[in-house]
Design a protein around this ligand. Structure first.
Ligand code: SF4
Ligand code: SF4
Length: 298
């Protein structure tokens, strides 16, 4: 089972929820941080890292002495990453998506594969919980190819022999918002958990996320963080859209202090452990197609 923890915007408590779910989830489980632009799940889980690899992507390299300036590569490239400018063929590696089309089409074999660094993939464990994350190189804009490689590493980790025969569940800390990386992060999940807060900004951005993820036709539910703050609009929206509120995390000074100290919220008190244990159960029910129902807000 794969659970994607997403949010319409940053700062709603997505990583707080991810780390807390990981903490109470039944083993075997893999915690995966796919928020590759700003990964911070490791700051809460504090895993012991056991492996790293550099993520690279293929880009074309031009041998100008072989190029006859026919322009076929330039016409093919949808991203303007290779372009004929007068009598010079220019490449723009930062815009290249690594499709390899230009290399394949070049009649003169003037293009050959080179590579550039995207970032780093690292993995390890916290106790019996396995951990995996990607981190984009500073200044790099191409998240999806790195995320693809993180998922490839996940497949390797899932294939390695486990202490049990039970398949490893995966809890994904997805990027915030609804750009391409966020869609990429949730597309393989079995359940999407949307974390929001009952403020006008939280409601507005959660609506965008809900609309963006709805076409995927996956079970979805909402966690309201900082419940008690703001207004009731989020509850009205969820009711109108038949969107289950799976849990509410109260707006509470003690929780804020735990967060500020990097403490996993579900480990901060018995009450929070109970909230996340019930949340985990509702997520599992959603994954098997049962309706988890709405929690009481009374
Ligand atoms: S397709 Fe090959 S020969 Fe034609 S412009 Fe591109 S690199 Fe040069
Ligand atoms: S590999 Fe694909 S995206 Fe990159 S320059 Fe060639 S055609 Fe364009």
């Amino acid at each position: 089972m794969r659970i994607a923890v997403a949010s319409g915007k940053g700062g709603t408590g997505k990583t707080t929820v991810s780390s807390s779910l990981v903490s109470i989830w039944d083993l075997p489980v893999i915690a995966m941080d796919l928020d590759v632009e700003e990964p911070n799940l490791h700051l809460f889980l504090n895993p012991e890292f056991t492996g790293r690899r550099t993520a690279r992507m293929e880009i074309p390299e031009v041998d100008q002495s072989l190029c006859n300036l026919c322009g076929k590569c330039s016409e093919l490239c949808q991203f303007k990453a290779i372009s004929l400018m007068g009598k010079v063929l220019m490449t723009f590696p930062e815009m290249c998506h690594g499709c390899g089309g230009c290399i394949a089409i070049c009649p003169e074999k003037a293009l050959t594969p080179a590579s550039r660094e995207l970032g780093e993939i690292s993995w390890g464990h916290k106790g019996d919980t396995e951990f995996l994350m990607g981190r984009l190189r500073i200044g790099e804009a191409m998240s999806p190819p790195l995320m693809r490689q993180v998922k490839e590493r996940l497949s390797e980790m899932q294939e390695t022999s486990s202490t049990t025969e039970t398949p490893k569940d995966v809890i994904i800390d997805a990027p915030p918002g609804v750009p391409c990386p966020a869609i990429n992060a949730v597309m393989d999940s079995d359940v999407i958990v949307l974390v929001t807060e009952p403020t006008p900004f939280g409601v507005y951005d959660m609506k965008l996320a809900h609309e963006a993820f709805t076409p995927m036709n996956k079970p979805m539910g909402v966690v309201v963080n900082r419940a008690g703050l703001g207004n009731s609009e989020i509850y009205e929206y969820c009711k109108a859209k038949n969107l289950d509120i799976l849990a509410e995390i109260p707006y509470d000074r003690q929780i804020a202090e735990a967060y500020a100290n990097g403490i996993i919220i579900s480990e901060s008190s018995d009450k929070m452990k109970q909230i996340f244990t019930e949340l985990a159960e509702k997520i599992k029910q959603k994954a098997v197609g049962n309706n988890a129902g709405e929690v009481s807000r009374g």
